[in-house]
Structure formats: structure tokens, C-alpha cells
Write a protein that binds this ligand. Structure first.
Ligand SMILES: Cc1ncc(COP(=O)(O)O)c(C=O)c1O
Length: 401
């Protein structure tokens, strides 16, 4: 019997673990295989497993693959509309896996500068140690800059959209076309949109990476990542970089991610609704300067976001106070009573931070200026609490600064 075609909300529940499997496992919830190794019934069987042309179809050792993690990988691949998925111990390790698989010594990568700091450092500092040249696009919304930066030596294009912390939207379809014209892959970081809002592979990207530590798990308990791309790449990476670097997640983390996925769409609807309200409130507040949120009509790429993001703009926004002194931003953060000060985003609980003095502080002043991160920038990850409570908290805190 052919499997029915299911919508995202349903795939989030049964993808990779359908009714027949649940019955055969005698477990409604996906089972947690919290084990490193999988006993083989005899030495002869073990030899056969290792003798297979592709020995990786039987479970052997969790650093390679694990049945709980496999369900999560299949569910992520179904949601992203990709051929296969690879779960990793963090978002960073997903990026490192695919970048080090694709880039050889002497290769060139072209990346947007509106990426999370550690990703920027991974490309510009760490990968360059291995003989990779990295060319940086300073305005990822300017397609002509991408065209001018890509060359015959380029082996991959990398973009994050929406970007952290500036919420810049890049045109995935147009960038895919540029990548295709050079016959190179486009890799998209889909962390802040998630597959229920945006499907980069459907727009022509070759690979998607995600930090599932954020919205996918949702409750801030689990560090994890995912790569979704061509099946042959996933198979190849699994038996090389992934296995050698030790990038596999704990099965328990994969299991927590599966629980998180069940409510992803519901949560994203609420994140998006709350963030839209908060962004509109901040935009009209006399003490607030710029507000960056792709759902606002005043956002410079709002029309593109509307087309690309399926009407759900996520929960992340950033803003500056009109009084741009850093102490003023600190005063606001310290005056909040419900919204919690933490370096995180995408959790059900609202969190706020000041990126220029914390997780983006390692960028040089010049890099920060080019990435348009002013010293006054505050990042707010709007959660799924009651929207009135969030506005009241912001109101009382803004009254104090
Ligand atoms: C957009 C984005 N991509 C990737 C990462 C890295 O993810 P992880 O913390 O899971 O390694 C982060 C972390 O903040 C992020 O914000």
C-alpha cells in the first residue's frame, strides 16, 4: 500500500515512524535506543555486515547511526523535502561536516557575512587553515555582489536566511540560480525559519543545515543539528567525515528532537504571531529606533519574505533604542521581569540578549559594521507566552530607561 501524502503537521508526528512501524515496535512513541552498540548474532554475521558493499545499512555503532536518530533524520528529510538527512551533535557540526566534505585544499567558498559569528569564524579562520579561500559577500541582498564574488574556483555558496541577529532575508531562488550557473551547491541555514516556514530545497538549494537546538526542540534542552541533502552525499559523509569526526548526536537528544518536532508548526504559528505583535509595538514606541523583523511591512525585504516564508516569520527580532548608548541597552535588559536574559534563541520561553557585547563580540569592529550590527543592537527571541504579558513586560522596562 502506497503511503498517503501528508502535510507538515502530520509528517511531524509520523514521518519515519508510521502506523505499521508503531504496531510492529509495540510503542506509540518512537522508541529510544539509548545504546552505543548493536549485538550481532554471530561472528559470521558480523563479518557479513562489514563485508557488504555498503556496510552501513545494518546498525553497528551509534557514532555511525542509531535507530532513534534514523527516525529523526528521516522526519527532518521529509519535512525539508530532501532525499536524506544526517543528524549531528550541534548545528555547528552539521555545517563543518558538509563544508569539509565539499571543500578541498585550494578550494574557494563564497559566504554571506550575515551569518552566526561561529559560522563566520569557521569559514574565515578554521577552514582557511586547511587551504580554503573564503570570499565574503557584504550585502547578501545584492545579487550582483554574489555574481561578482563567485568564480570558476568556487566550490560552494553559503547563506543564512533569515540571518542572526539582523534578520536579513536573502533570495534563495535567485542564489540557487547563480549557484547552478556555476554548477556548485548552495547551502542554506534554515535554523530561524524551520521547514514549516521555508523550504530552501524546493527553491533550488542543494543542502539545508539547521541548528535543531533552537525551534525544532523548542524547549532549550537539546543541542543538535541536521543536514538535509542528496542521498549519495549523506551516505558518503556518514561513512567518512561524520564517522571520523564523531559528529553523531546522543540518541536521547534525537528522541527529544522528535518530541519537539511534534509541536513545531503549532509553536511557529504562535512565535510568529507574538513576534509580529511585539515588533509592531516596538516600532511605534517613542524610545525605540530601528526594528528588524521580516514580518513588518517596513522591513526592506518584506515582499521577498512573504513569498519565501509561507506566512510564518519566526520569533526572532532585533532592535535598537533611539538612545544608542550601550548602557541604555543594558538598562533595558536588566529591567525586564519575565523575558529572560540568555544567549539562546528559538525556545518557547522568550529570551533577550545584547549580541555586540556577547555572542557577536568576537567580530572585529569592521566586520560588525559591514554586517550592520550596531553597538546598540538588542536581540529578542519572542516565545510562545501570552502576548499581552510580553508587551506589559517590555512596556514597564522601557518606562525605566
Ligand atoms: C543561525 C544559526 N545557525 C547555526 C548555529 C549553530 O548552532 P548550534 O548552537 O546548534 O551549534 C546558530 C547558533 O546560535 C545559529 O543561530
Amino acid at each position: 500500500m502506497r503511503a498517503p501524502k501528508l502535510a507538515d503537521e502530520s509528517l511531524s508526528m509520523v514521518g519515519g515512524y508510521d502506523k505499521a512501524r508503531a504496531i510492529s515496535e509495540r510503542s506509540l512513541a518512537p522508541p529510544l535506543y539509548q545504546t552505543i552498540s548493536f549485538p550481532l548474532e554471530s561472528a559470521e554475521v558480523a563479518r557479513r555486515v562489514f563485508d557488504q558493499e555498503d556496510p552501513y545499512t545494518d546498525y553497528i555503532y551509534t557514532r555511525r547511526h542509531n535507530p532513534t536518530t534514523s527516525i529523526f533524520e528521516e522526519r527532518m528529510a521529509l519535512l525539508e523535502g530532501g532525499e536524506a538527512g544526517l543528524a549531528t551533535s550541534s548545528g555547528m557540526s552539521a555545517i563543518f561536516c558538509v563544508a569539509s566534505y565539499l571543500l578541498e585544499n585550494g578550494a574557494e567558498a563564497v559566504i554571506s557575512n550575515r551569518v552566526y559569528t561561529r559560522v563566520f569564524e569557521l569559514f574565515t579562520k578554521t577552514l582557511s587553515k586547511f587551504g580554503v579561500t573564503v570570499r565574503v559577500v557584504n550585502d547578501p541582498t545584492d545579487l550582483s555582489e554574489w555574481e561578482q564574488t563567485v568564480s570558476k574556483e568556487t566550490q560552494l555558496l553559503y547563506v543564512e536566511t533569515p540571518s542572526n541577529p539582523g534578520l536579513v532575508i536573502s533570495d534563495i531562488k535567485a542564489l540557487s540560480e547563480i549557484a547552478q550557473s556555476y554548477n556548485v551547491p548552495l547551502i542554506v541555514d534554515n535554523t530561524l525559519a524551520t521547514p514549516v516556514s521555508q523550504k530552501p530545497l524546493g527553491l533550488g538549494a542543494t543542502a539545508v543545515i539547521e541548528s535543531v537546538s533552537k525551534y525544532v526542540t523548542g524547549n532549550g534542552t537539546t543541542l543538535g543539528g541536521a543536514l538535509i541533502t542528496r542521498k549519495d552525499w549523506v551516505e558518503e559523509i556518514r561513512k567518512t567525515e561524520y564517522l571520523q569526526y564523531g559528529m553523531a548526536p546522543s540518541p536521547f537528544n534525537s528522541w527529544l528532537c522528535l518530541l519537539g518536532l511534534e509541536t513545531l508548526k503549532l509553536r511557529m504559528i504562535q512565535h510568529s504571531e507574538n513576534a509580529t505583535r511585539v515588533a509592531a509595538y516596538l516600532e511605534n514606541h517613542p524610545k525605540v529606533g530601528t526594528v528588524n523583523f521580516p514580518g513588518l511591512e517596513t522591513h526592506p525585504q518584506h515582499e521577498l519574505a512573504k513569498k519565501q516564508m509561507n506566512g510564518l516569520y519566526g520569533g526572532l527580532l532585533s532592535f535598537s533604542l533611539k538612545d544608542e548608548r550601550m548602557e541604555k541597552a543594558f538598562d533595558l535588559l536588566n529591567a525586564l521581569r519575565t523575558i529572560t536574559h540568555a544567549i539562546h534563541e528559538g525556545s518557547s520561553r522568550s529570551v533577550i540578549c545584547h549580541p555586540p557585547s556577547t555572542n557577536f563580540a568576537d567580530l572585529t569592529d569592521e566586520e560588525m559594521e559591514k554586517a550592520e550590527i550596531p553597538k546598540s543592537l538588542i536581540r529578542l527571541s519572542v516565545g510562545i507566552e501570552n502576548g499581552d504579558d510580553l508587551l506589559n513586560d517590555l512596556e514597564q522596562a522601557l518606562n525605566q530607561v
